[in-house]
Write a protein that binds this ligand. Structure first.
Ligand SMILES: [Zn+2]
Length: 441
C-alpha cells in the first residue's frame, strides 16, 4: 500500500501539473516583453535558491555576483558553463539545495559522451509533463489520447504524476515499442491502436514511415507525429507527413530539461523556445554570445529546477536564434531547427562546420533519397570522408556517380570523397544513429 506521505506528494504533484499546464497554456501568448519580465523574476528566485549549494555559492562569489536575487538577465553571462564533467567532478551533493529524500533519479545516456545523473522532485517532474501537454495541445492532442512511443523500451517508468495517473488507469497507457523492433510489428500495433499521438526517436519514425510508404500500408492518420531524441532531419519530417498524413513535429527534448523547443504549428520550419521555463543562450566557439541569426552552441538555464539547479548547461547542440516575432501570435522566441551536436560536426580546414543538414541537402540535391536508406559520414585521417550508405536497393552506376559528383562539388576541395554501399549502419548502443563521425580528437 502506498504510504500516506507518498500519496500526499502525488496529489501535490497532480495539483502542480494542472496549475503548470494552465499557466503554460496562457503564457505562450504573452508578449516577448512580458515573458522577459517573468523570466527575470524566475531567474532571480532560482538563483537565490541555488546560492545555498556549495557549487553555486562558490561560482557566484568567483563571478562577483553578491546578490544573485537581484541579477539582470544579461549578467547571467558572468557565470561559468556547466556540463556533466563538472557535475561529476564536484559530486551531485554540491548541486542540491536540500537532501535527496523524495527526489527522483534521472539518468541520461552516454551515447554522446559521458552518461549523466540528475535528480529532481515530483513537483518538478510535473512541470516536465506540462510542457509536453503544451506541445500536444498546439497540435490538437490531449493527454487523454492514446499514444504509441517508438523509442527505448525497458527504461524505468517516470515517477511523475502523469505516470501515476496512467498506472491507475485514469489516463491511457503509453504503448512503448522498441526502436529496433521489426517494422511490421510496430506497424501492426499502430493499426490496432490507431493512436492520435505517434511519437518516437526520429530515426525510428523515419524507418516506420519509410516502411508504410514502401508497403503502401493503409493506416488511420494520427493527429500528429512527434519526432524526438536525435537530429530530426527534413527528410524524417517529410516522410512522416507523407506516410501518416499528419503534421510531423520536431520536438527538441532532453532528459535533463524535458521539452526545450518545438515546431510552431504555423511556421513548421522553426521551433518555439519555451522562453517562460528556460533562458536559452547561443554561444560561439569562444564561449561568448553570438548575435541572433548566427549558428552556435545552445546553453540552457532552467528557471523551474530548484532541487538541483542547472545553470548555463552546455547542450553540445547547435542552432541559431531567429530574431522575429512569430505570426502565430505566440510571444515565445524562435529557434532554427537543431543542427546536431557540435561534437558530431566535421570541421573544414577553414573551421567551418559540416553539419547533418548540409549532408541531407546534398543527398536531396542528388535526388538520391530514392535509393539511400540510411547514411553515415566518417572522417578519416588524411582529409578523407567515407560516405557509408545503407541502400534500399542497389543504385545504378549513374545514380551513384551523381551522388559522388554532388558531394564532391560541395566538399571536394577540402576532402577526398568515397561513397560506399554497406549492408548495415550500426546504431549507437542507445539505439540512435550518429550521422556524422568526425575524426577523434
Ligand atoms: Zn509560432
Amino acid at each position: 500500500m502506498a504510504s500516506p506521505i507518498i500519496a500526499t506528494a502525488g496529489l501535490a504533484a497532480i495539483g502542480t501539473l494542472l496549475r503548470s499546464s494552465a499557466r503554460l497554456a496562457r503564457e505562450q501568448w504573452l508578449s516577448p516583453e512580458k515573458l522577459a519580465a517573468r523570466r527575470r523574476t524566475r531567474l532571480r528566485q532560482m538563483l537565490a535558491r541555488a546560492a545555498g549549494t556549495a557549487y553555486y555559492e562558490a561560482a557566484f562569489r568567483a563571478a562577483g555576483l553578491h546578490d544573485p536575487g537581484a541579477i539582470e538577465l544579461h549578467e547571467l553571462e558572468r557565470l561559468p558553463f556547466l556540463d556533466r564533467h563538472t557535475i561529476a567532478q564536484h559530486g551531485l551533493d554540491a548541486f542540491l539545495t536540500a537532501g535527496r529524500d523524495g527526489l527522483v533519479n534521472v539518468f541520461t545516456s552516454g551515447s554522446t559522451g559521458m552518461p549523466g545523473r540528475f535528480v529532481r522532485s515530483r513537483i518538478e517532474e510535473a512541470d516536465y509533463s506540462a510542457r509536453w501537454w503544451r506541445v500536444y495541445a498546439a497540435y490538437g492532442c490531449s493527454v487523454r489520447d492514446a499514444q504509441i512511443n517508438v523509442a527505448t523500451v525497458g527504461k524505468p517508468d517516470r515517477a511523475g504524476p502523469i505516470s501515476m495517473l496512467r498506472k491507475i488507469g485514469v489516463l491511457p497507457r503509453v504503448e512503448r515499442l522498441a526502436s529496433d523492433a521489426p517494422l511490421e510489428q510496430v506497424l501492426e500495433r499502430v493499426r490496432e491502436l490507431h493512436p492520435p499521438i505517434l511519437t518516437g526517436y526520429a530515426g525510428a519514425i523515419e524507418a516506420l514511415a519509410d516502411h508504410v510508404l514502401a508497403t503502401e500500408a493503409r493506416i488511420q492518420p494520427p493527429r500528429a507525429v512527434f519526432c524526438t531524441a536525435m537530429e530530426v532531419t527534413d527528410r524524417c519530417l517529410e516522410l512522416a507527413e507523407k506516410a501518416f498524413q499528419a503534421p510531423a513535429v520536431d520536438v527538441y527534448v532532453t532528459n535533463e530539461f524535458g521539452v526545450i523547443a518545438w515546431s510552431c504549428p504555423t511556421r513548421r520550419e522553426l521551433l518555439h523556445v519555451n522562453d517562460d521555463s528556460f533562458v536559452v543562450e547561443v554561444v560561439g566557439t569562444d564561449g561568448r554570445l553570438v548575435p541572433p541569426g548566427t549558428l552556435g552552441e545552445l546553453v540552457v538555464t532552467s528557471l523551474g529546477l530548484t532541487s538541483m539547479p542547472l545553470i548555463r548547461y552546455r547542450m553540445g547542440d547547435m542552432a541559431a536564434r531567429v530574431p522575429e516575432r512569430c505570426e502565430c501570435g505566440r510571444g515565445l522566441g524562435l529557434l532554427t531547427r537543431v543542427h546536431g551536436r557540435t561534437a558530431h560536426a566535421i570541421r573544414r580546414p577553414s573551421g567551418a562546420l559540416i553539419t547533418t543538414p548540409v549532408i541531407t541537402s546534398l543527398i536531396g540535391r542528388a535526388q538520391a533519397y530514392e535509393w539511400v536508406y540510411q547514411f553515415q559520414v566518417r572522417e578519416e585521417p588524411g582529409r578523407r570522408l567515407r560516405f557509408l550508405v545503407d541502400a534500399r536497393r542497389p543504385p545504378s552506376e549513374l545514380q551513384r556517380r551523381e551522388l559522388t559528383r554532388t558531394i564532391e562539388s560541395a566538399l571536394g576541395q577540402d576532402f577526398q570523397i568515397a561513397v560506399e554501399i554497406v549492408a548495415e549502419i550500426q546504431a549507437a548502443p542507445s539505439g540512435k544513429l550518429q550521422f556524422l563521425v568526425p575524426l577523434a580528437g
